[in-house]
Write a protein that binds this ligand. Structure first.
Ligand code: GDP
Length: 300
């Protein structure tokens, strides 16, 4: 986790440093506030949250009068944390509370890191002493089932898969059935994210969800978003949220972008918390999202 924090700090540091430098100017004139706004917008914070933040900063800086660097840092920290919502429950729900396995469905557009995230999450759970069954319901992308199975073999989780191009819902159904039969703790279901038709996606994910729920409740639906896709990612998020009830967001590839503001924008858009972040391609590169650590990575 320490190593991941360092990586997060490396990728996000420019944003925080930029803001602090601007706020430290002796005269905070209109132009400087515009620059602050631009910095936030460039980091994908989004229009409404940017305006809110700038308004609050202006007011607080005005009240403060003269400002020391420490005061400015503390102020920025507080306001960023308020936007990031420290009140959200960010635990990934992997327990059903019944004597059946917890069921987690992972959705998102292909290429965002769905399969990788499913594998990394399995690894975290197995390391935590839980038994995991993987459901390879992404039958659209040819290599996805192989990729998931490789993850499964690596981390010690069984993979349930079907024929290429097979019915995702029946694989999801089988995976949960297998999980119940084995007395597994958690079933993770990787799904396909073809976005070209919304109705197609809706039919498919809706069906996966319905068949899974024949066995019992679906405990968590994680939407995987690629942090490097910015506003595009937000549009995708909106479509998925219309199709299934998203309970948490995984923001991947934060190691590859300085635009960490997308965390704020997507939470605002969907009203659900970012629960996990991806900080690399490796097995250990998945971390819980912690607002405090994130803000510290921005401004320290
Ligand atoms: P899927 O189509 O959504 O299942 O996407 P994959 O899981 O196959 O991931 C697509 C690519 O993104 C792969 O090359 C992954 O290694 C890479 N990837 C996934 N998560 C991360 C991350 O957090 N950081 C980086 N740098 N790469 C990632």
């Amino acid at each position: 986790l320490v190593r991941l924090r360092a990586r997060l700090a490396r990728s996000q540091n420019t944003l925080g440093k930029g803001l602090l430098t601007l706020l430290s100017r002796e005269h905070l004139d209109e132009e400087t506030w515009e620059e602050i706004e631009d910095t936030l917008l460039t980091a994908d914070v989004g229009v409404a949250p940017t305006q809110e933040l700038v308004e609050r900063l202006r007011e607080r800086v005005r009240v403060l009068g003269t400002r020391t660097p420490d005061e400015l840092r503390a102020l920025l920290r507080e306001e960023l944390l308020a936007l990031l919502r420290t009140d959200f429950d960010r635990a990934v729900k992997t327990e059903s509370g019944l004597d059946t396995p917890g069921v987690v469905m992972v959705v998102g557009v292909n290429g965002t890191g769905k399969t990788t995230t499913t594998g990394k999450l399995a690894r975290v759970l197995v390391a935590d002493g839980r038994s995991v069954v993987l459901g390879a319901a992404d039958t659209f992308r040819a290599a996805a089932a192989d990729q998931l199975q490789t993850w499964g073999e690596r981390v010690g989780a069984r993979t349930v898969r079907g024929p290429e191009g097979g019915d995702p819902a029946s694989i999801a159904f089988d995976a949960v059935k297998e999980g119940i039969a084995e007395g597994a703790d958690v079933v993770l279901i990787d799904t396909a994210g073809r976005l070209h038709t919304k109705t197609g996606l809706m039919d498919e994910l809706g069906k996966v969800k319905r068949v899974v729920e024949k066995h019992g409740p679906l405990d968590e639906v994680l939407l995987v978003l690629d942090a490097t896709t910015g506003q595009n990612g937000l549009v995708q998020a909106r479509v998925f949220a219309e199709v299934v009830d998203i309970t948490g967001i995984v923001l991947t590839k934060l190691d590859g972008t300085a635009k960490g503001g997308i965390v704020i924008a997507v939470q605002r858009e969907l009203g659900v918390p970012v629960k996990l972040i991806g900080l690399g391609e490796g097995a250990d590169d998945l971390a819980p999202f912690e607002p405090e650590a994130f803000v510290d990575a921005l401004i320290d």
